[in-house]
Ligand binder design. Sequence first.
Ligand code: S3P
Length: 183
Amino acid sequence: MKNVVLAGFMGTGKTEVGRELARLLDMKLIDLDAELERSQKMTIKEIFKQSGEPGFREIETEIIKKISENKNIIISTGGGAVLKQENMDIFRKNGIIVCLTAAPETILKRTSNNTERPLLQVENPLEKIKELLDFRKPFYEKADVMLDTEGKTPLQIAEEIIEKIRNSKHPLTLTLSRKGRGD
Ligand code: S3P
């Protein structure tokens, strides 16, 4: 049984959708940002401040290597994890990569109430979101499955992911938990 890797820009709902998927499939969810903070005993904001984005990306790859040794888990990634081909190769070796998408305005709404994302602490976050999305588009499109989250609940998205994985060219044997079957 392979891993399900949730990728996508900040604010596309990776963690919430991951929780629903974990519940429906009875799989463990590992959030890479949370693991990273635990391992460094620092918040992401502090890591960016101390080591900058390049330092953060190095630690991110170390955590990805460690976590991806597991099987049968759901991995919720940080929005920039797709940027390194090395990370994508590690994810793909053991898993299927699902990328969540949303419109820039939706991302702004979902991210504007917290100051924990260093890349969005700028004067015009909407502009920044659009700029980063433009640059990252080809990286996100390397995922095995793309899924638009607009107007959908985390549960609907999780159900759609299960459907899409079953119909993809990389089908996994996904077994719904009793909760997922509605028993
Ligand atoms: C980042 C996304 C964040 C976190 C860091 C950098 C990015 O994760 O890893 O702030 O480069 O897009 P979320 O996507 O979970 O917010």
